[in-house]
Write a protein that binds this ligand. Sequence first.
Ligand SMILES: Nc1ncnc2c1ncn2[C@@H]1O[C@H](COP(=O)(O)OP(=O)(O)OP(=O)(O)O)[C@@H](O)[C@H]1O
Length: 267
Amino acid sequence: MTNILPEAAVDRPVDLSRVKISNEVAIQITGMNKWYGTFHVLRDINMTVHRGERIVICGPSGSGKSTLIRCINRLEEHQSGQIIVDGTELTSDLKNIDKVRSEVGMVFQHFNLFPHLTILENCTLAPIWVRKVPRREAEETAMHFLEKVKIPEQAHKYPGQLSGGQQQRVAIARSLCMKPRIMLFDEPTSALDPEMIKEVLDTMIQLAEEGMTMICVTHEMGFARQVANRVIFMDQGQIVEQNEPEEFFRNPRSDRTKLFLSQILGH
Ligand SMILES: Nc1ncnc2c1ncn2[C@@H]1O[C@H](COP(=O)(O)OP(=O)(O)OP(=O)(O)O)[C@@H](O)[C@H]1O
């Protein structure tokens, strides 16, 4: 579901001056196509993401944004072309899937926390069972990241006792507990009440300031302006154009991008 908001509620100075975008390639996608049955949902996608980049993907509902990022951590399978994540090619035999999944964290629109587990247990589950981290160490790491997202006092509560914004911050902390090198965000604020959007964006900004490689599907254009180093516009399964935010918003090249921006920014 698309929930389009005109501008993000980012209300603090964003300091990305220390973040260097390296020459190292984090994700390389070449000539990638995907079909759902006979529906050609992603068409000849070519995309290179360098370490430290903060990419925002925007575009109309149904343009394939979620499908694209779900292909990057292999929640969806592509049918042709190549996806290389951190030097590992994603193949249909799922040979390297655990390695890729542990390097790529994902935060969804709906937080997908386990309702019957406490916040701390949600955060330690995968490190203990997938990574075989000793419980005490996993709990220390979880507390570290719960402090980072500013809710350590909620550790022993259940998801249902937290606000939507708090639950989404737990989802981010839970991903970070797996020590990912890349974070994917799929409309992380679009299920939230407006007053909670800011706290989640603030957590994402903090990650960006620390140099995390990020791909964010979002309609938060204020976030895109202030945090992204590149904005990608998709329509009908294709990357239509991409540019630095200032140029992207000031001088969109294609008519489809102009129309999209005029609709969401109202000018
Ligand atoms: N599992 C599926 N099976 C068949 N079609 C699907 C499936 N998932 C998505 N689609 C279709 O693929 C297209 C792209 O969907 P996708 O969710 O990637 O778009 P999106 O750009 O993220 O949209 P939104 O902004 O509304 O979330 C849509 O037409 C959608 O209906």
